[in-house]
Design a binder for this molecule. Structure first.
Ligand SMILES: NC(=O)c1ccc[n+]([C@@H]2O[C@H](COP(=O)([O-])OP(=O)(O)OC[C@H]3O[C@@H](n4cnc5c(N)ncnc54)[C@H](OP(=O)(O)O)[C@@H]3O)[C@@H](O)[C@H]2O)c1
Length: 267
């Protein structure tokens, strides 16, 4: 089993490609010869990445500056992707808020649901018929270890990730025998940038360096897992521990413990 072979016509789509894990996935896909469509809001950052990837790997790279939380803007992209030969979709863009839901900006909470769940769902539905028709495709969905548990003070985020975790692992089984692979990336902490010592978050302070995994490692592991049609990829020891604890601890016991930690993140 392998990823769809790159061709000049087909595209791998990566959302959230302007930073972090998405940028890592775009780089790794380009290194494997895939031409790309990069999606996020900051088009100028993605244009720089596109130029680098064209030069380094000789692939074609298109940039779509889209606010995926905006239904009208997203519909334009969805309509385009329905008619493109998308070989791989990495549904990766996501945001998280921390704090008590009652005290957070309601619009930001709604946008988070729209981006983390509805946009991922819309884009998947847009590319799926084409992948099934062609008998080949790969869909990587970035969920989170947080989606396995109740996470007070990160409630909207955890709930959105529960949606994508479950959607990914359910869809995968529906697609058996079609040639379309679906893999869930469910990380714990992935270091997307070196923290400024003066601006370290509580997570940066509490999680020792050796427990963080890099964007590059995460991207490579995730694409290897998608090629092998693995159900779930969980990079790193801490992520694996969080994943097991989240899936198998009774929520009545884990929620107060998790709450005490996440309350500090809410500031
Ligand atoms: N890093 C971790 O420790 C970790 C752990 C578990 C799960 N995850 C998940 O991994 C994914 C990537 O996270 P990351 O850590 O790499 O974060 P990141 O560096 O903050 O990247 C987030 C990406 O999403 C894009 N994005 C945000 N809002 C958007 C919007 N409204 N429309 C379109 N694109 C938008 C951002 O681009 P623009 O700002 O240019 O739009 C950026 O490219 C997320 O789904 C996150 O939940 C991360």
């Amino acid at each position: 089993m392998a990823l769809p072979a790159p061709t000049p016509e087909t595209r791998a789509v990566v959302t959230g490609a302007s930073s972090g894990i998405g940028m890592g996935l775009a780089r790794e896909l380009a290194a494997r010869g895939h031409s790309l469509i990069l999606v996020a809001r900051r088009a100028e950052v993605m244009e720089e990445l596109a130029a680098e990837l064209r030069t380094t790997h000789g692939v074609q790279v298109e940039v779509r500056g889209v606010d995926l939380a905006d239904r009208d803007a997203r519909r334009v992209l969805v309509t385009e992707l329905e008619d493109r030969a998308v070989s791989i979709l990495c549904n990766n863009a996501g945001i998280a808020t921390f704090g008590a839901v009652a005290e957070l900006d309601p619009q930001a909470e709604r946008d988070q649901v729209e981006l983390n769940t509805v946009a991922a769902h819309d884009l998947t539905l847009a590319v799926l018929p084409g992948m099934i028709d062609r008998g080949v495709g790969g869909i990587l969905i970035t969920g989170s270890a947080a989606g396995n548990m109740a996470v007070p003070h990160n409630a909207t985020y955890a709930a959105t990730k529960a949606f994508v975790n479950t959607f990914s692992e359910s869809l995968r089984h529906e697609l058996r025998g079609t040639g379309v692979h679906v893999t869930l990336l469910a990380p714990g902490p992935v270091r997307t940038e070196i923290p400024d010592p003066d601006e370290e978050s509580i997570v940066d302070k509490m999680v020792p360096d050796f427990l963080w995994v890099s964007v590059e490692y995460t991207a490579k592991l995730s694409l290897d897992a998608l090629a092998a049609n693995k159900m779930r990829v969980v990079p790193g020891v801490l992520s694996k521990a969080m994943s097991v604890a989240g899936q198998y601890s009774p929520r009545a016991i884990s929620a107060p413990v998790v709450s005490a930690f996440y309350r500090k993140l809410g500031g």
